[in-house]
Design a protein. Structure first.
Length: 245
């Protein structure tokens, strides 16, 4: 539930103050800034993908179907945290920009926040999509991308409070099947997180990846490390080199 103060302000001002800040680290400034970077890295082109940040008891969410690299702080939706998984139906937004809808990824971002994340990134990176195709023969609940003995694996946590993976560890990222609508991926994401409680990412076959972290810096670092590893795996495959020893 929104606090009484926020609800009162919402009826009169749409809580614009929640997305107005001179601080570049404020989520309403950071989400557009990150999306500009992600666009240049091929992660959020053609309106696909996005990112969401939890800041105290507020969740900041980008609008749906917009060019994510052109987004402005005034376009950002705000939810009170904790909230229900399908807030669009619950009129639970304490800031809702006119003529825009919240990202279809919202229930997936909320799943990551329920798991303790401070930031969740969704990319449509072609490297992520390609690795899901390379392991397409493995369908069902055990589908997984695995890679070992590559230095960049050290950029991924072993699990919450367990430190980072080591050079000789095997990194496993579960793969779920895509659905016709983004929000329908939520149950698959929940199931993968239950089966792999230490994971910080879930690949979506023929679609992309969801990566989360305790905070923005960790989510971004992990997403970059994974994208590096996916690109490397694809290039190794092209050279006929196995990426798991
Ligand atoms: C061409 S993008 C299709 C929708 C999608 O997969 C996505 O990640 C973007 O969803 P949003 O509602 O945030 O635009
Ligand atoms: Zn998507």
């Amino acid at each position: 539930m929104a606090s009484t103060e926020d609800q009162v302000v919402a009826t009169t001002t749409n809580n614009d103050h929640l997305v107005q800040s001179d601080d570049p680290e404020h989520p309403a400034n950071l989400i557009p800034e990150l999306c500009r970077k992600f666009y240049n890295w091929g992660w959020v082109t053609g309106t696909g993908g996005g990112t969401s940040i939890r800041h105290g008891d507020h969740i900041f969410i980008a609008p749906s179907g917009v060019q994510k690299e052109l987004m402005k702080s005034e376009n950002i939706f705000v939810l009170q945290w904790p909230t229900k998984k399908y807030p669009a139906e619950e009129r639970n937004y304490i800031r809702r920009p006119l003529k825009l809808n919240p990202s279809a990824c919202t229930p997936l971002f909320l799943t990551a926040f329920e798991n303790g994340a401070g930031c969740c990134i969704h990319t449509h990176s072609q490297w992520a999509v390609l690795v899901t195709l390379l392991v397409e023969r493995e369908k069902g609940p055990d589908a997984c991308f695995e890679i070992s003995t590559i230095e960049q694996i050290k950029g991924i946590p072993r699990g919450k409070g367990k430190g980072m993976l080591g050079y000789y560890d095997t990194l496993s990222i579960p793969i779920i099947e895509n659905t016709a609508f983004e929000e329908d991926l939520t149950s698959g994401l929940e199931a993968a997180m239950k089966k792999y409680p230490d994971t910080y990412a879930v690949l979506v076959r023929r679609h992309g990846i969801y990566v989360w972290g305790d905070n923005v810096a960790k989510a971004k670092t992990q997403c970059e490390s994974l994208d590096y590893l996916f690109q490397l795996a694809v290039e190794m495959h092209k050279l006929g080199l196995p990426w798991v020893k």
